[in-house]
Design a protein around this ligand. Structure first.
Ligand code: GLU
Length: 316
């Protein structure tokens, strides 16, 4: 990237529940990465997944971020206030026949005998509806989604800011993906690309479960003729059972520490240690970590959060 361009990063919580230790770790690194280059930060609330959105979760996420010492310059920008813009870009993709109407249900796709393989991302779409053109949508009498047509022209590799070169066979391993849902709402893949583009985001740091999504998003950037941001993916926090952090691993909500009066520097110090940014978990503020932030020194393996780690944070 042009060194003269200012970095614009973003914090993008989904208000579908409480933010936990894993989210805090990603936000801390996203903030440090932008701020260590005097960059700006946009706060975006990703609330388009309406059935899962909790009314209290947006305010709580903002309180959590402020408590952690992670500030922002622009926002909150709320995705559900931008639905018309996502629709406009969907229409642009229609005009170029980059998407087609798909009537398959999830179980149709799972049952398709020809589905080549099932990865962690679910079955690759077998292409059942790919013969359709945009105009065919007018004649459909059942609900349909809009699916993006991947092709061999899509980017197959990129250099991750934290994890180096990443390679993916987008067509074979990911396949055509949904950009507009059956209920008429935009899918995450579309909304996030439109937002990152419109909001001038130059750098995206997020959890590494989203690396496959990055390839889908790069395909969308290419189709729209937009310059993509740089991407960095933070290794996930997992539980002792090797699965990604979830409620079954206990209550690791940021707001729990906040309510218990734990100093935020304690969590930040612990998270900095967990990523390899400091040798011990000694308390520290995000601002005090700026000087030592080095993307190369971030651990690439997932971090195993043990109950004793969390209990130590809660101790008086
Ligand atoms: N809103 C998503 C989350 O909280 C992040 C998506 C993204 O960073 O692109 O997991």
């Amino acid at each position: 990237m042009d060194a003269a361009l200012p970095i614009i990063g973003r914090l993008a919580p989904s208000p579908t529940g409480a933010q936990h230790a894993g989210n805090a770790r990603t936000y801390l690194l996203a903030w440090l990465s932008a701020r260590s280059h005097a960059g700006h930060i946009v706060l975006r609330i990703e609330d388009i997944d309406s059935p899962r959105v909790k009314p209290w979760a947006m305010q709580q996420a903002m309180d959590d971020l402020r408590w952690l010492g992670l500030d922002w310059d622009v926002g909150p920008i709320i995705q559900t206030e931008r639905l018309a813009r996502y629709q406009q870009v969907l229409e642009e993709l229609q005009q170029h026949e980059r998407i087609y109407p798909c009537t398959c249900t999830r179980s149709d796709i799972e049952a398709a005998a020809s589905a080549p393989h099932i990865g962690q991302e679910g079955p690759v779409y077998p292409g059942t509806c790919a013969y359709r053109s945009v105009a065919d949508a007018a004649g459909l009498t059942v609900p349909f989604a809009w699916r993006f047509r991947t092709d061999a022209q899509q980017p197959q590799s990129y250099t991750d800011l934290l994890q180096g070169t990443q390679v993916c066979r987008t067509v074979q391993d990911l396949g055509d993906f949904v950009v507009g849902k059956r209920d008429g709402s935009p899918a995450y893949q579309l909304a996030v690309v439109v937002d990152d583009h419109d909001q001038g985001i130059t750098e995206v740091l997020r959890g590494d479960d989203l690396i496959p999504s990055t390839f889908r998003q790069l395909a969308l950037y290419a189709a729209l003729g937009w310059q993509p941001p740089e991407f960095g993916h933070v290794p996930l926090v997992i539980g002792p059972d090797g699965r990604r952090l979830a409620k079954r691993h206990g209550d690791t909500r940021i707001s729990l520490l906040r309510e218990r009066g734990v100093p935020p520097e304690r969590l930040v110090g612990f998270l900095a240690w967990s990523t390899g940014l400091q040798a011990t978990a000694e308390p520290v503020s995000p601002r005090d970590l700026l000087a030592q932030y080095q993307p190369q020194s971030i651990a690439r393996a997932p971090f195993v959060l043990r109950p004793e780690h969390w209990n130590a944070l809660l101790e008086d």
